[in-house]
Design a binder for this molecule. Sequence first.
Ligand code: UD1
Ligand code: UDP
Length: 379
Amino acid sequence: MSSPVKILVVFGTRPEAIKLFPVVAALKGDPRFVPVVCVSAQHRQMLDQVLEIAGIVPDHDLDLMKPDQSLDSLTAALLTQLGRVMDLEQPDRVIVQGDTATAMAGALAAYYRKIPVDHVEAGLRSGNIYHPWPEEVNRKIIGTIASLHFAPTDVSAAALTAEQVDPARVHITGNTVIDALHWVTKRITDEPDLALGLADLEARFSGKRIIGVTTHRRENFGGGMEAIAEAIRQIAARPDVAVIFPVHLNPNVRNVMNAALAGLDNVAMIEPLDYPHFARLLGLAEIMLTDSGGVQEEAPALGKPVLVMRETTERPEGVAAGTARLVGTETSVIVTELFNLLDDKAAYESMARAHNPFGDGRSASRIVELIGNEIGRKA
Ligand code: UD1
Ligand code: UDP
């Protein structure tokens, strides 16, 4: 091809930024492409934390986040604003990642302009449109639109072909989160100062068994969040345990957690950590307790057992490998499962094996190569 191909990379939340910065770097290093980065800023502070450590300065920043935003108002703003950027930039292709509102609206705006969409982290399915909500439907919409589907594993690739996606358009690439995790692990090894911000907590909780917690799923708002908070309170009542809990900025999470957990000796509710510090927390924690998608992928890669506070998961690979377990959102089940892991060494050891079904850390270069093949084919 004579002139380089312009690729608009669209993202808006913390996990999309983590999973796409390796792809942006790979595109930048390839003369066949001109990447243009558009952030919706569906997240603001939590997105900026990733942009800063990854050294990405977006070409377009739509600054769309509103406090406690509704899915309707967010999606409407995303569709019109992302469409405007596409009209301005006239990209040859658009890349979206995962299943957020930004990814779905980005794919739809591209489709309305007949621009091919490349989907990173394609084919994840829980089989339940309300768990996770609204992500299961977002990713099905993207799956209907996408030109190339970059599935992390054979499980996600099979989910796509079962939905009649042309197998020739589906590629198993691994998940770029493992690229990001390798990158950040090297950064904090080379520059330990990048992750020193947890030192005070490490000193305060010295000798205790650290449980790392994150939670944010919309389907858990209300009763689910309250049950999770109560589980954390009961877990932290054990004198040998300490909980480190970077609390998501969503007010539906923070208000519940502040009301239930403020002032407990063994619970550190802290601001969202930047990626180097979160990687440090993954290293410190004996167990991760989470409803996050990304943490389900990262923790097994580091040999950390994950208890997943959800009814279903679109990431069955960790469960199949025995490094993740679904515990739902009932207080008593969460507490029983966690105490079992703390007290039964054999049960712990059987889960705490480094296991990496989600990739080898070279997913981004594979994805860029596959897009290169595609444009070569079209040339
Ligand atoms: C979003 C995604 C979800 C993803 C999650 C990752 C959708 C519908 N949801 O959920 O798929 O797993 O991000 O974290 O796309 N807020 C801030 N500052 C921030 C980020 C959020 O104040 O940096 C607060 C705001 O009040 C905002 C609210 O959190 O309105 C919700 O943000 P939103 O992106 O709509 O949903 P999440 O629950 O974060
Ligand atoms: N993460 C982070 N700081 C935190 C909590 C999480 O950097 O305080 C990272 C984590 O390593 C993972 C990603 O954010 O890569 C997960 O984001 P989140 O749980 O918000 O979204 P999900 O993966 O569920 O879509």
